[in-house]
Write a protein that binds this ligand. Structure first.
Ligand code: NAP
Length: 473
């Protein structure tokens, strides 16, 4: 079985302990992986601190070239990365292939942003006291950035942090999720092959509670960029003091389906929107509000489509829905579905198959106070509800504590733009599901869904400091 060591200062390094990583679908061992302890964390931080000096002295052209080479290397190894993603996260291979292709694109977008990063001229003489001065801003790298990533997109979400950070001339200490450390470790080796200076990217798997906390506390870390649960995100913000923090957190995404929607098109997109990666996507379609005129037809087609999805081993080419990340997560989602049923919801599907696999569940008549409605389910379920008044439906969408993305299907432009204005989220999709994302767009949430935006152009802004330089002639 392959053994993965930590990656510190441009080389493989032994960790504090070695553990066996399993395939979530059947719990079979897939690799041995080293976890960092305090000593390795200290080494990673020292290496990043030294490399931050080297990174800030590289030219934009040099940083862009490293990212372009990383993109080319990943393009050539997309299938290998897809298989790694699939094995460690349990994501069906067909979706893992999309993730590795997207990650390559994210690297390319990051390399272009390195070339575009610029300050601006400040019109000092607009103020009376400013006459006789020429001023401009420089965008300076922050130094060492701690990147903490979740299990559900182990490659592309890591690239969303590492790509812009390096493009801006920072150094990175990356702590991947304990369940999915392999993609990040392979990525660091790929960056070394692309010519990244040693120490500019260090990858240290290890328990969130100890390694994560120590990383957030270290004074050499200038910024923490975190994607994960709201609970951990809040704890990080509370500890981080004056460090810059961006938080990409959860959601219980809503989709509005108006009476004039193209239903076939909508359902064809809503089914993968709800059940891709077993709903373990932060923008997975969870609450679907359907106009009462088309509700019965929508339910019938959506339930039939969900039931037809093929369950199976993630590496099987035909599999459309595989397992959740752990048996405990499958049990949690199953318990939420059972509790909703006891409270009066009507449930189709949601059966356990094997240790961690749940069949897609569709719920109707879900009480508005049930967990499956109020919280982020992060499992293969969708709750359908009918509405007659669009404003009532929008009010119900907005009652969520979250606000990452939402969407509407309608053929009427005024309805579409009215909803876009009234729904309180970071991104609103018209005639698309809220689960849609391309990697160059600004992406992030309001309310409990987080602060800050990702997408290389936006992340690079957060990862630099504008320094004013003024010259009095
Ligand atoms: P999680 O449990 O919050 O873990 C995320 C990361 O934080 C992991 O690397 C984890 O390490 C680490 N961590 C745990 N405790 C920590 C601490 N005290 N200090 C610092 N780091 C700590 O989330 P997850 O279960 O992996 O991912 C699912 C969540 O991510 C969902 O809520 C989902 O909505 C969210 N998500 C959001 C976006 C977005 O862009 N908005 C995208 C994807 C996912 P360990 O694995 O070692 O515990």
């Amino acid at each position: 079985m392959h053994e993965f060591q930590l990656w510190i200062n441009g080389r493989e390094t032994q960790g504090d302990r070695v553990r066996t990583l399993v395939l979530p679908y059947d719990q079979s061992p897939i690799a041995r992986v080293h976890d960092a302890g305090p000593a390795q964390l200290a080494d990673a931080l020292s290496a990043a601190h030294r490399a931050a000096r080297i990174m800030r002295d590289l030219t934009a052209a040099e940083r862009a070239a490293i990212l372009r080479r990383a993109h080319a290397l990943l393009e050539n190894r997309r299938e290998e990365f897809a298989r790694t993603i699939s094995q460690e996260s349990g994501k069906p291979l067909r979706e893992a292939r999309l993730e590795s292709a997207r990650a390559a694109e994210t690297l390319l977008f990051s390399s272009s942003e390195a070339l575009r990063l610029a300050g601006e001229v400040v019109p000092m003489d607009a103020a009376h006291a400013g006459a006789g001065r020429l001023a401009f801003t420089l965008r300076e790298p922050l130094g060492v950035i701690a990147a903490i990533t979740p299990f559900n997109f182990p490659l592309n979400l890591s690239v969303h942090k590492i790509g812009p950070a390096l493009a801006a001339g920072n150094a990175v200490v990356h702590k991947p999720a304990s369940t999915t450390p392999l993609s990040g470790l392979l990525l660091a080796r790929l960056f070394a092959d692309a010519g990244l200076p040693a120490g500019a990217l260090n990858v240290i798997p290890g328990p969130g509670a100890s390694i994560g906390d120590a990383l957030v506390d270290d004074p050499r870390v200038a910024m923490v960029t975190f994607t994960g649960s709201a609970e951990v995100g809040f704890a990080i913000r509370a500890r981080a003091g004056l460090k810059r923090v961006t938080l990409e957190l959860g959601n219980n995404s809503a989709l509005l389906v108006h009476h004039d929607a193209n239903l076939d098109d909508c359902i064809a997109r809503a089914i993968p929107g709800a059940f891709a990666h077993s709903g373990q996507v932060c923008i997975s379609v969870q609450r679907i509000f359907v106009h009462r005129d088309v509700f019965d037809r929508f339910c019938e087609q959506f339930i039939a489509g969900a039931a037809a999805l093929r369950l199976g081993h993630p590496l099987d080419e035909e599999t459309q829905v595989s397992s959740l990340i752990t048996p405990a997560e499958a049990e949690r989602v199953s318990a939420w579905i059972r509790a909703a049923a006891q409270a009066g919801a009507h449930v189709t599907g949601g059966d356990l198959h094997g240790p961690a696999t749940l069949s897609p569940a569709v719920l109707t008549e879900t009480p508005e106070n049930s967990d499956v409605w109020v919280k982020e389910a992060f499992g293969p379920l969708a709750c359908l509800r009918s509405y007659s008044d669009l404003d009532d439906a929008i009010a119900a969408v907005n009652r969520s504590p979250y606000g990452l993305q939402a969407g509407i299907f309608t053929r009427d432009l005024s309805t579409a733009f009215y909803a876009a204005r009234e729904v309180h989220v970071g991104g609103f999709l018209i005639n698309d599901v809220p689960q849609f994302r391309v990697d160059q767009m600004p992406y992030g949430g309001v309310k409990l869904s987080g602060t800050g935006r990702e997408g290389p152009r936006y992340a690079i802004e957060e990862m630099t400091e504008p320094k004013l330089v003024s010259w009095r002639w």
